[in-house]
Design a binder for this molecule. Structure first.
Ligand SMILES: [Fe+2]
Length: 321
């Protein structure tokens, strides 16, 4: 009988798989070989996936780190037209849960996470991933993710800038605010932070993982980009976030000044359990949701494929100034 075991989708050069939780780690992957990330496959995905679950936004080219993206709609456009707009325009298009909600992509997601665990020894409790289709010179602004994150890059070129999760760059108080949903994941940017940035250039077939709670931002090269952004939770990140959430509530509701760094590992499960119980008894009051008003529609006949709605866009901004 033939051996039908699929080869691993992931390969770590230089034995660096064991550093995955503590350092910026690069590795190689074979996502492109699935055939699910060609223009044709992405067009079909966008036709089969609920359009209201697709994030569509625009921004200035090579956006400065502290800028924010602008949301738009793409009602009535086919998947092929949307892919064409990403190729010609200034757009960031993401079917947010495609990797877990679309059966064909789900099978690939399950395979890459199984291979990731096998290669690194990381036990993943749960995970999700988004497909990202973005135009040349678009980007992601400075932010921090609550969960462990990695980026699997499939097409085009991009550079990721990772900043160490030091207190001067991301304080425990601001991390707590993000985890307690008082604020979104965006971070204030100061030019002096650039001295701390570690640039990671990504070519097709390359991926990068960074330590949890490291601030980061991304800028595309001069070509259309396709990537998969993966978020996952491990026991370690679950406990870390449990400590931060509990401390956040102690700081805000009891006036204490706790430090997550001083909590010994042996006590973290107790912090996590206490936070769970507190959440159940008295859920946190905040719920910062990304509610972005739509300012444009994707239109293949408009400049940069962005048709601004009345009152929005560079001309409206210039008039207001
Ligand atoms: Fe991120």
């Amino acid at each position: 009988m033939r051996d039908t075991v699929m080869p691993s989708m992931i390969e770590f050069p230089d034995q660096n798989a064991s550093k995955i939780k503590d350092e910026i780690v690069r590795f190689n992957h074979r996502l492109a070989e699935t055939g699910l990330f060609t223009d044709e496959a992405l067009a079909q995905l966008l036709d089969e996936y609920p359009r209201d679950q697709v994030t569509i936004c625009t921004m200035r080219e090579n956006p400065p780190p502290a800028e924010r993206w602008i949301a738009g709609d793409a009602d009535g456009l086919s998947g092929a037209e949307l892919v064409e707009a990403a190729r010609r325009g200034r757009l960031w298009i993401s079917p947010r849960t495609a990797m877990t909600d679309h059966p064909k992509y789900r099978a690939v997601f399950d395979k890459i996470m199984a291979d990731f665990s096998k290669e690194t020894g990381v036990q993943v409790l749960r995970g999700s991933a988004a497909v990202l289709i973005s135009s040349a010179r678009m980007g992601v602004f400075l932010h921090v993710d609550a969960a462990e994150t990695m980026l699997w890059h499939v097409r085009g070129d991009k550079t990721m800038y990772v900043y160490p999760p030091k207190d001067e760059l991301i304080s425990e108080r601001s991390l707590e605010a993000i985890l307690l949903k008082e604020t979104l994941s965006d971070l204030p940017y100061q030019p002096w932070m650039e001295a701390e940035a570690i640039p990671v250039a990504l070519a097709p077939g390359e991926a990068v993982s960074w330590p949890i709670h490291s601030p980061h931002r991304v800028v595309n090269g001069d070509n259309t980009n396709v990537s998969v952004s993966v978020e996952y939770t491990t026991r370690r990140s679950m406990l870390t976030n449990g400590v931060l959430c509990l401390n956040g509530r102690l700081r805000r509701e009891m006036g204490l000044n706790p430090s997550a760094r001083s909590v010994p590992g042996v006590l973290k499960p107790a912090y996590w359990a206490a936070n769970k119980a507190w959440q159940k008894l008295a859920p946190p009051k905040h719920n910062a949701l990304a509610s972005h008003g739509r300012q444009f529609d994707v239109d293949l006949s408009a400049p940069n494929c962005v048709r601004w709605r009345p009152g929005f866009g560079p001309q409206a901004t210039a008039k207001a100034a």
